[in-house]
Every structure is written in structure tokens, then in C-alpha cells.
Design a protein around this ligand. Structure first.
Ligand SMILES: Cc1cc2nc3c(=O)[nH]c(=O)nc-3n(C[C@H](O)[C@H](O)[C@H](O)COP(=O)(O)OP(=O)(O)OC[C@H]3O[C@@H](n4cnc5c(N)ncnc54)[C@H](O)[C@@H]3O)c2cc1C
Length: 413
């Protein structure tokens, strides 16, 4: 396995690797064309993502920085940076794998036992098995430590009962990372553990949630006496909160820094193109708003590059991911308003074949950006406390046993 922290490439080696990445991307990153299919549940996009990932494995470019013994390429973070820079110039092919690769995989790598890594990492990297994240519950979103899903040990098995919600792509996934309450006598952040769940088990019921844009990408997930092997618990017993926090940081980095490693302004470019074609580019207000969007995208790229550089230097993802995440939500809001102005009535009543429909979808799906992966308010709390050093939010339930709290459906004592 290569030393992923310290090895530096010579200029010639870096150039050679860059050329290899570019050649691969030119051949395989040709965009996802669905020929007008709405792909309501995302199955077609998932299939395309898996196909792309299989080609990456074949080319020795999958899981770049992960150890070879667990299915990675065993290369350095410098290789990864070069790959991201090149990937940013091509259509993104593996959006449906962001949770599996950007969140579940690093958590398995950081906290999984050797047996878990051996069993699960290679197939996760190759996307033969895709993973989802099961944190949120009806009574536990921003305050996810209020979760009520229970895990009880029975001999060599854990028995899981409860409900998760908003589980992205659960219906297309093979495995999931679950956090559940293992000790209700402990305060709420202490009695939680992390588990691996087989999503195909009959004791797991997955029900789709219908979205505002017509899609069905996320779900409610119910567990009724689900039995999982004892050794599918990840990391130390009752320390799941620490692992969950690490996963949330990876989530914000994955969402907030996107797939690219360079300075990008794709959305502004696409809207400039539309505005040039339909003449709205001559409107002074629209020009000004386009410039603001362009600047926001450039700034987000620079923040992302700094966060990625911190990761490259071997540091765990910190609150920097929250900055990128918040920027992303602001950009989605700017895009929504600007796209509707530029595209005009076509964004709500489009002419078939005009391409305007995609701006309607962009506007409708933009609302999720300020919620998924932690709301804007939560990112601002994190930035306030951990970047600006402001006082912590008051918390009255920190030392109280979970069973005595009034949260979710629980009445407390
Ligand atoms: C597209 C999408 C995909 C998702 N995918 C997943 C997934 O795969 N897995 C998963 O586990 N979850 C997923 N989620 C759930 C997501 O993590 C939660 O929706 C999010 O954490 C917010 O929780 P909530 O919806 O319960 O809102 P609440 O926590 O109930 O928040 C309601 C409002 O109160 C505000 N608020 C709450 N607490 C505070 C506070 N302390 N200070 C200031 N304001 C506060 C919030 O900002 C928000 O405006 C997804 C959500 C979306 C939209």
C-alpha cells in the first residue's frame, strides 16, 4: 500500500497520471442521457453510475486513496487531487453514489473492524453494493441524538426496532449505516451505537416519499424485529455519536465540496448561455445577478479547495465543510430566482423539446439544498461556535438519561 499522507509525485509522474485520468474521462464521462425518461426513482441514473464505476475499477482508478487490500487503488492524496481537477471538467457520472462513497465508505475505513473492511469495502468501492445513511427519524433531524430506534442484544444478534425517514435511495441500496439507541439510561448523546444493515432483509420495509419535483429519491424505512449479526456493530459500543458526527462532517464535505477539485462556475455558465440565446443578457439587473452567481460559485470552489487541502494534509474534516454546504444552499437559492427570471414562463409551462423543463426541476429541487445534510441554521450554529468561537447554544438535556426526556413519541418521566 502506498503512503497516502506523504508521497509527493514528480512533475512528470503527475502529468502522466493527469493524462491517464483525462483519457479515461474522455471515454467514459460522456454525460447521463435518459432520452426523456423521468427516471422517477433514480434507477437508471444509478445503473449508469455503477457502469462508470465498473470501468473505473477496470482502469485501476477506483477508490484512489483506499488501501489495495480493501479494494482501493492505494494511491496518494495528490493523485486524488489531480483526479478531482480533471473530473471537474467533465459531466459528473456518479451522483447517486455520493452517500455510499462520500460518507459510508470513509466511515467504514476509519472505524470498521478488519473483518468489516474485508467484507464490505471492495464491493462498496466498485459499486457492486451501494450504501445509504439512516440517521434521521420523524422526531430526530437537526437534533438527531434524540433518535428512538432501538438496538437490543440477544445472544449473537442485535434486534432492531424503529423508523428512519428521508433515507436517500434506500430502495436501490444493498446496505445502510444505521445509528440506534443501545442504552436509554445514558444521556442522549452517549447511549447510541452504529450498525450495518442489510437493506434486502424482509424485516426492513422501505416506503417511497413523493417529492415536489415528481421524483421519489428518498424513503421512510421501518425495522420490525430486524436481526443483524453481533459483529455488524461498527466502532465501540455506545460511542455511535462520535462516529455519527464524523460521518456528518464527511457528509458536509461531500455535499459542500462537490466532485471537483478546481475553480468552477458551471451553473452561471449555463445560465449565461440561456440568457445570451434568449436576449435577457442585455437586462442590467440580470447581468448583475449573473455576476453575483458567478462570484458565489467561484468563492465556493475556493472554500472547497481549502477544505480539500486540509483533508490532503491528513486532518479530519472540520467545520470548513459547513461553509461549503451553506454556500451551496445560497447558490441554489440564487439559481432558483435567476433561472425563473431568465427562462421566464417557459420554466413553468415549457414547450416540449425546448429544454426549459430542466430549469423548472432545478428550481423545485433547490429547496432541498438548505435542508439535506443539516439545515442552514444548523450550519450557521456550527460556524458560529466552531469557526467564530461564539458561545455554545444552551443545552438543558445533556446530563439527563435519555429515557427521562420528552422527545419524539417518548413522554419522559
Ligand atoms: C433531499 C434530502 C435528502 C436527505 N437524505 C437523508 C439521508 O439519506 N439520511 C438521513 O438520515 N437523513 C436524510 N435527510 C434528512 C435531513 O438530514 C434532515 O431533514 C435535516 O437534518 C433536518 O431535520 P428535520 O427535517 O427533522 O427538520 P427539524 O430538525 O425539525 O428542523 C425544522 C426547522 O427548525 C430549525 N432548527 C432546528 N434546530 C435548530 C437549532 N438548534 N437552531 C436553529 N434552528 C433550528 C431547522 O433549521 C429547520 O428550519 C435528507 C433530507 C433531504 C431534504
Amino acid at each position: 500500500m502506498a503512503d497516502t499522507e506523504t508521497t509527493d509525485l514528480t512533475d512528470a509522474e503527475a502529468e502522466e497520471f493527469r493524462a491517464r485520468c483525462r483519457a479515461f474521462l474522455e471515454e467514459h464521462a460522456t454525460g447521463i442521457h435518459l432520452d426523456g425518461d423521468a427516471d422517477v426513482g433514480g434507477a437508471k441514473r444509478m445503473a449508469k453510475g455503477k457502469q462508470f464505476q465498473a470501468a473505473l475499477v477496470e482502469a485501476g482508478l477506483a477508490g484512489l486513496t483506499y488501501p489495495t487490500e480493501f479494494g482501493g487503488a492505494g494511491l496518494t492524496k495528490q493523485h486524488d487531487k489531480i483526479w478531482r481537477e480533471e473530473q471537474g471538467k467533465f459531466p459528473y457520472m456518479t451522483f447517486e453514489l455520493i452517500i455510499s462513497h462520500g460518507m459510508c465508505l470513509p466511515v467504514l475505513n476509519d472505524f470498521g473492524s478488519d473483518a468489516q473492511k474485508e467484507r464490505f469495502m471492495a464491493k462498496n468501492i466498485s459499486a457492486e453494493e451501494v450504501w445509504c445513511q439512516m440517521f434521521s427519524e420523524p422526531g430526530a433531524g437537526s437534533d438527531v441524538a434524540s433518535l428512538q430506534t432501538r438496538a437490543e442484544l440477544d445472544g449473537d444478534e442485535w434486534i432492531i426496532n424503529g423508523q428512519k425517514v428521508w433515507t436517500t435511495l434506500a430502495h436501490l441500496c444493498d446496505y445502510g449505516i444505521l445509528i440506534a439507541r443501545t442504552d436509554p439510561d445514558q444521556p442522549k448523546h452517549k447511549g447510541i451505537s452504529m450498525f450495518i444493515v442489510d437493506m434486502r432483509d424482509p424485516a426492513v420495509e422501505i416506503r417511497p416519499i413523493h417529492q415536489i419535483d415528481g421524483g421519489q429519491h428518498f424513503n421512510e424505512v421501518f425495522f420490525t424485529d430486524l436481526r443483524i449479526p453481533k459483529d455488524w456493530q461498527v466502532g465501540p459500543y455506545n460511542e455511535g455519536w462520535r462516529l455519527a458526527t464524523a460521518m456528518l462532517m464527511y457528509e458536509r464535505v461531500a455535499i459542500g465540496t462537490g466532485g471537483s477539485g478546481g475553480v468552477t462556475h458551471d451553473t452561471a455558465d449555463r445560465l449565461i448561455d440561456v440568457a445570451t440565446k434568449n436576449g435577457t443578457i442585455t437586462d442590467a439587473n440580470i447581468r448583475q445577478e449573473l455576476m453575483k452567481l458567478y462570484s458565489s460559485e467561484v468563492t465556493k470552489s475556493l472554500v472547497s479547495m481549502r477544505t480539500r487541502a486540509e483533508l490532503k494534509a491528513g486532518r479530519a474534516p472540520g467545520p470548513g465543510g459547513s461553509l461549503g454546504k451553506l454556500f451551496g444552499a445560497n447558490i441554489a437559492r440564487q439559481t432558483r430566482s435567476l433561472a425563473l427570471q431568465i427562462v421566464g414562463p417557459g420554466s413553468v409551462a415549457w414547450v416540449e423539446g425546448s429544454g426549459d423543463e430542466k430549469w423548472s426541476k432545478t428550481a423545485l429541487s433547490s429547496f432541498q439544498s438548505s435542508i439535506a445534510g443539516g439545515t442552514d441554521e444548523i450550519q450557521k450554529n456550527i460556524i458560529g461556535e466552531r469557526v467564530l468561537g461564539l458561545p455554545r447554544e444552551p443545552s438543558v438535556d445533556r446530563g439527563v438519561p435519555f429515557k427521562d426526556l420528552k422527545v419524539g413519541t417518548q413522554k419522559g418521566d
